[in-house]
Write a protein that binds this ligand. Structure first.
Ligand code: ADP
Length: 289
């Protein structure tokens, strides 16, 4: 559905995208993961023909991103991180407009209901989360062949995020393809089949999410009850100690969380915190070379 070959995009001295290639298959939810400034939006803006690449080729459904950009727009639903709306128009006016402009709105009613969109409010009076919600409905309601989503969940609260993930799964079941960028590893892990990891304009990896999950890292902070001796965390598996006090231990753990919890069950624990390691930590661990 998407084919990117040797894409370079320079802004003067800044090599925003520096020679990336990958393909997205029809029917998959494909994540484009990387920290802020990695080159995700630049790649997406080239795909949408909002900006032109320095070199390289991009195709969508076999169509050239530049030459066939109008035809591509008919097949694609796009959401930017900052949704642009007509301030004086209500949600309904936006929905009516896009329904007439595009290939209809076969999914409109269901999405408006699912997301509880208040259609009568003018865009200028919507919160950023509600603007993003409206942007997502506008992109999805015509059931396009492909959804290109650039950090679509930044303004959504967790409840709305879940509704959105469910809608993406429904869309996929009906044959749709999703290309979604994010700096949020857990989001990508949760919804995507495959992922391309970009860092400083270069691809670090393209992998199945199942494989990525095996490399999963967590930050673990453990406080023991009473005067029990601190465990030696290296016995838990692949561990890097971050700090060790008399009753508190913080370490980075790479491996199955289930194994770790089983090993910790032997101890009298006063408090335990297990968080996803930041994407930066994952990068540092796996791509430092
Ligand atoms: P991401 O979407 O991964 O956060 P971007 O693609 O927005 O990253 O940016 C990649 C790099 O390109 C950053 O260093 C950013 O500052 C730079 N950049 C993006 N757009 C422009 C532009 N129009 N002019 C100059 N530099 C830009």
């Amino acid at each position: 559905m998407i084919e990117i070959r040797e894409l370079h995009k320079y802004f003067g001295e800044v090599k925003a995208v520096n020679g990336i290639s990958f393909t997205v298959q029809k029917g998959e939810i494909f994540g484009f993961l990387g920290p802020n400034g990695a080159g995700k939006s630049t790649t997406i803006r080239c795909l949408m023909d909002f900006i032109r690449p320095t070199s390289g080729s991009l195709t969508i459904a076999g169509l050239d991103a530049q030459r066939d950009s109008v035809a591509i727009k008919r097949k694609v639903g796009y959401v930017s991180p900052d949704v642009h709306l007509y301030p004086h128009w209500t949600g309904k006016q936006h929905l009516d407009f896009v329904e007439r402009l595009n290939s209809g709105g076969s999914w409109r009613k269901e999405l408006v209901k699912r997301f509880s969109l208040k259609e009568t409010v003018r865009a200028k009076n919507l919160s950023s989360g509600n603007k993003q919600k409206l942007g997502l409905i506008l992109a999805m309601m015509g059931k396009p062949e492909l959804l290109i989503l650039d950090e679509p969940t930044v303004a959504l609260d967790p409840l709305l995020q879940n509704l959105f993930y469910e809608s993406l799964k429904t869309y996929q079941q009906e044959g749709g393809t999703v290309f979604i960028s994010s700096h949020n590893l857990s989001e990508i892990e949760r919804i995507c089949d495959r992922v391309a990891i970009i860092r400083q304009g270069k691809l670090a990896d393209v992998d199945n999410v199942a494989t990525l999950r095996k490399r999963k890292m967590h930050m673990v902070t453990l406080r023991l009850a009473g005067k029990a001796a601190m465990p030696d965390p290296t016995e838990f598996g692949k561990v890097e100690i971050i700090s060790r006090g008399s009753d508190q231990l913080t370490f980075r753990y790479t491996g199955e969380i289930n194994d770790l919890v089983k090993r910790l069950a032997r101890y009298e624990i006063a408090d335990l915190e297990i968080a996803h390691a930041s994407l930066e930590d994952v990068f540092l661990e796996f791509y430092k070379n």
